[in-house]
Ligand binder design. Structure first.
Ligand SMILES: C[C@@](CO)(OP(=O)(O)O)[C@H](O)COP(=O)(O)OP(=O)(O)OC[C@H]1O[C@@H](n2ccc(N)nc2=O)[C@H](O)[C@@H]1O
Ligand SMILES: Nc1ncnc2c1ncn2[C@@H]1O[C@H](COP(=O)(O)OP(=O)(O)O)[C@@H](O)[C@H]1O
Length: 283
């Protein structure tokens, strides 16, 4: 058993594309998405203690109170843990399409697994925490299907850098799905192996063969997202600019670290009020 504290990273989830292919009778949508992770994110730390308590700090903590429905506490309860001190360092904007809450829940499960030796909750219980929690628990590039529960590993991706841009407007996922009008769309095609040879060829394939079907409804919920898309897509050497998940965070893809950092700096200068970070993408 490791001595406490045990810390786990909760990296930002990036939907490189997100196709909505149908809707189940219970209202949940069938998705087809290529998902990877950025090198930025939250951090969950757990220690032994009496009762369950959560402390939330960090630059993005203001919008989040350590209430009983916080996904960190919900994850601990799903694992049957009644005694632990939990700390969340929040750097990802809340309700932003990069799965911060789901990443926190998955990091909590991983940390408590190491701290207590208890087993992970069943797949059903993990999914019940949130549709993005299974993919955040997998923490590797995958094709995500079903309602978020069917995961298959992707072939090794090329070396890609990204800039993440969020206009600091929360975009609630339920509102975006509610505003969706076209629910039966074509699935994601198989990735042609030759496109995986470089960031440029992979981004070009993503741009032409894939989409994010949640863009039109997200724009109705938060019209400012059009400005984010324009700002990123017109940045020097940006290979592809697209919204992640239900928004509003957008990612821009770049071939090199230098190009991504230069783009991030330029965008930060133009929009000091926006949340803007650059990072490598997990391959
Ligand atoms: C859209 C995605 C794509 O990766 O990402 P985000 O934008 O949240 O990051 C996820 O499917 C979101 O996952 P998550 O945020 O965990 O979703 P949940 O809490 O389970 O569901 C929030 C709400 O989204 C809708 N929802 C979610 C998943 C799904 N397959 N169909 C849906 O219709 C439902 O209205 C549900 O009430
Ligand atoms: N630890 C957490 N971090 C972020 N959001 C949380 C957390 N716990 C509960 N939530 C709630 O989950 C919702 C979804 O948040 P988040 O996961 O950040 O966005 P998204 O689903 O768009 O990626 C928010 O409305 C927030 O109030």
């Amino acid at each position: 058993m490791p001595t406490d504290p045990v810390a786990e990273a909760a990296p930002a989830k990036i939907n490189l594309c997100l196709h909505v292919t149908g809707r189940r009778a219970d209202g949940y949508h069938l998705l087809d998405s290529l998902v990877t992770f950025a090198g930025v994110g939250d951090r969950v730390t757990v220690t032994h203690g009496k009762g369950l308590a959560l402390d939330v700090t960090g630059p993005e903590a203001a919008l989040l109170v350590p209430e009983a429905d916080n996904l960190v506490l919900r994850a601990a309860r799903a694992m049957g843990v009644a005694d632990a001190q939990l700390a969340l360092w929040k750097t990802l904007p809340v309700a932003s399409g990069i799965g911060g809450g789901s990443a926190d829940a998955a990091a909590t499960l991983r940390a408590l697994l190491r701290l207590t030796g208890r087993s992970l909750p069943s797949a059903e219980k993990v999914l019940a925490l949130g549709a993005d929690v299974p993919v955040c628990l997998a923490l590797q590039p995958v094709r995500m299907q079903g309602v978020g529960d069917l995961l298959s590993p992707l072939p090794r991706l090329p070396d890609i850098w990204c800039v993440l841009v969020n206009p600091r407007v929360p975009v609630p996922t339920p509102q975006v799905f509610a505003a969706l009008t076209t629910r039966q769309n074509p699935p994601v095609p198989d990735i042609p192996p030759e496109t995986l040879q470089s960031a440029a060829s992979f981004a070009a394939w993503l741009a032409t063969a894939t989409r994010n079907d949640l863009v039109p409804p997200a724009l109705t919920v938060a019209p400012i997202l059009a400005q984010v898309q324009t700002a990123l897509s017109t940045t020097d050497r940006c290979l592809l600019a697209r919204m992640s998940g239900s928004g509003g965070t957008h990612f821009g893809l770049f071939t090199t670290q230098a190009a991504a950092e230069a783009a991030g700096q330029r965008l930060r200068k133009a929009r000091p009020d926006w949340w803007i970070v650059s990072s490598a993408l997990q391959r």
